[in-house]
Write a protein that binds this ligand. Sequence first.
Ligand code: HEC
Length: 317
Amino acid sequence: MKTFIAAATVTCTIVVGSLALNALAEASALQQAGQRGQRGQRGGEQPPAQPSGQPGQPAAPAAPAAKPLVPVAASTLAAHPENYYGERVTMTGAVEQNVGKLAFSVDQDKTKTLEQQILVLAPRLNSPVDPNTYVTVIGEAIAFDSAELVKRAKDYPVEISPELAAKFKGHPMIFATNVINTSGVDLAARLPPPMTAEEQALQKAMKAIAPASAALRADADKMDASLTKEHAATLKQAFAQTEAIWKTKGKADAVQFAADARKLAETIEADAAAAKWDEIKTSAGTLNTKCGACHGAYRERFDDGSFRIKVPTPGTK
Ligand code: HEC
């Protein structure tokens, strides 16, 4: 099988040929797009990946509906693939070799033939998989089909040769969401781009806001006027910065959330001087609703747990 794969990979035609004309167009669009990750960089001509997706709404990035995981050995999947088609599997096996951009093959051990190999397609790989090392792949098992590849091209910008596509036709493959190496690192994790200066400024404000807003309730319980004022002042200032940042971004609703929060902080500050503790608790509760409102629309969490500004593209909010 080494010979087979070798033969197939030397053909450096990076086009998923032998597919419909349509497919060719898709593939070259992907090549031009180069590296993935810029949201919305591709045209809107792509049909949604999930058949259930509403028209006009791009599919969620490589995240199938949460189905229970079915554990399977690479050899079992190769021997009885039909039992696993459509399932979300977790499969551990040895990397046989890289067979294209974001595509590699896995088998149970190094002595097996192609018939026992599983093709794995990844949405992205932050670093390449190493041949002859073990990986745990999580994703949907299907019978390889070029049309399906084209359908999911937006989430899986893979490039494999037409020869390889032909050879794998009907064989089990996995559309991976996670590719975990022996160090426990998910090579397919969606990592954030470097922070912009704006994001750094916003993060600084958020890091001041979080503890100050959390402290307010206890401050009020303790009826501690000076701590309440101190935390309210911090919030006032940090939300004023937040407000300014969103003004430059021209997002009126975000500006409003930040302005509301800032005004509530001002009210709390004034109420602390007047020892209006019940009012302060109410205001603090209202202030906390502004966090979620803004985060829901404008905060994005990446797989490494970090946050960035999300600016929704029209129609996808
Ligand atoms: C006007 C919008 C807006 C409001 C209001 C807002 N946030 Fe945020 N927050 C963001 C955005 C956008 C991010 C992601 C970018 C970042 O981390 O700077 C974020 C990030 C955060 C983070 C993560 C910081 C990090 O990167 O570690 C925390 C914690 C946080 N917010 C707390 C709060 C709390 C608590 C409130 C309310 C008391 C609040 N935020 C109100 C927009 C907002």
